[in-house]
Design a protein. Structure first.
Length: 126
């Protein structure tokens, strides 16, 4: 399932439930390398996957389960009960290729850039 498949009031819950696990991954430099190359580094996405995906899978199992189960609309326990190699590969690849996921959580893809929506909203008074 992609984020664009989520409709109605469920959208609010999904966003709220994704913030913590995505932030946890984004704060881990080794795992975050999957989403963005180091400054000046000229690597392909496949090279970054090869280098960073094992660390992400080993150290962020709970975060990945939270993300994938939330998007699928099931509890973490239900998701784990149906988890196998094919399901994990399919769901991870679908998430990595979901443009709405990278738009919703730009910190998982790139550093904040001046003028970005995220940088602009930080300046707004509440």
């Amino acid at each position: 399932m992609k984020l664009s498949d989520i409709k109605g009031d469920r959208v609010f819950d999904v966003i709220a439930d994704l913030i913590d696990p995505v932030a946890s991954i984004a704060q881990d430099a080794q795992a975050a390398a999957l989403f963005r190359p180091a400054e000046g580094e000229q690597t392909t996405r496949a090279q970054r996957l090869r280098a960073a995906l094992p660390a992400l899978l080993r150290t962020h199992k709970q975060d990945l389960t939270a993300i994938l189960s939330t998007i699928q609309g099931v509890s973490a326990e239900e998701y784990r009960a149906g988890l196998n190699l094919g399901v994990l590969l399919r769901d991870c690849l679908e998430l990595l290729n979901d443009p709405q996921f990278s738009e919703l959580f730009p910190s998982a893809q790139t550093e904040m850039q001046p003028g970005s929506a995220q940088a602009n909203t930080e300046a707004l008074p509440l």
